[in-house]
Design a protein around this ligand. Structure first.
Ligand code: 5RP
Length: 240
């Protein structure tokens, strides 16, 4: 089985949380895309849901599959969001934003009663931070914002290169909200909560890719099968 198969397995399992009539948040990325694809099949078979996508890419995919779409303005309270992650630790803390959709992903997740994260087992970590932490920042004052982030991060034991994300066109990557992304290669983030609190002091920083206390369930698929982690039942001892 390949990583792609494990992503699909996790996505399949997440379908079990979907009930007829639900209002759903749809995540962004290759794993979330598998969920959207499977959901499209269910909709074609008669499932009645209405969904808020977390990115323009997911919006386009869902629309092409005939999935009914809405917005948070029309539907501000959602039942369930299913999304991927770049890293997930034993307390269901996440790094997200590898696909650049972290701001909308966090807004949609926090509008949802329940958040289910789907991932292959390469995303599972003991300590967050090996994946460079994405931070969405406004273009104005970028260098000053970067300096302040570096200082506050260092105060929180996080050093490492901070790089402006470049898009496939060779220009600074633009999010769906017309902001930039700084990718922070901290290596390990020993106290994600205190780092998150510090980052909130940066005026040019719109949102961080740390998702703390947001995920309710993690569905992680790997060579040894699918493991479901939840707030009530966290057991990372067994390798999958
Ligand atoms: C996008 C995200 C994605 O959920 C994350 O990057 C995981 O993507 P993939 O499933 O392709 O590995 O946070 O902003």
């Amino acid at each position: 089985m390949s990583t792609d198969d494990w992503k699909r397995q996790a996505a399949e399992q997440a379908l079990g949380y979907v009930e007829d009539g639900m209002k759903l948040g749809l995540g962004t990325g290759s794993t979330a895309a598998k969920f959207v694809e499977l959901l499209g099949g269910k909709v074609r078979s008669g499932l009645n849901v209405v969904c808020v996508p977390t990115s323009e890419a997911t919006r386009a995919q869902a629309a092409a599959l005939g999935i009914p779409l809405t917005t948070l303005d029309e539907t501000p309270a959602l039942d369930l969001t299913v999304d991927g992650a770049d890293e997930i630790d034993e307390e269901l803390r996440l790094i997200k934003g590898g696909g650049g959709a972290l701001l909308r992903e966090k807004i949609v997740a926090l509008a949802s009663e329940r958040v289910v994260i789907i991932a292959d087992n390469s995303k599972r970590v003991d300590v967050l931070g090996k994946f460079p932490l994405p931070l969405e920042v406004v273009p104005f004052g970028l260098k000053a914002t970067e300096r302040l982030i570096a200082r506050l991060a260092a105060d929180n034991g996080c050093d490492g290169e901070i790089k402006l994300r470049i898009g496939t066109d060779g220009k600074p990557f633009l999010t769906d909200n017309c902001n930039h992304i700084l990718d922070c290669a901290f290596g390990s983030i020993d106290d994600p909560e205190s780092l998150e609190d510090a980052l909130k002091l940066v005026p040019g920083l719109v949102e961080s890719g740390l998702f703390l206390g947001i995920a309710d369930v993690g569905i992680i698929a790997g060579p040894k099968g699918v493991e479901v982690l939840s707030e009530l039942d966290i057991d990372f001892d067994e390798d999958i």
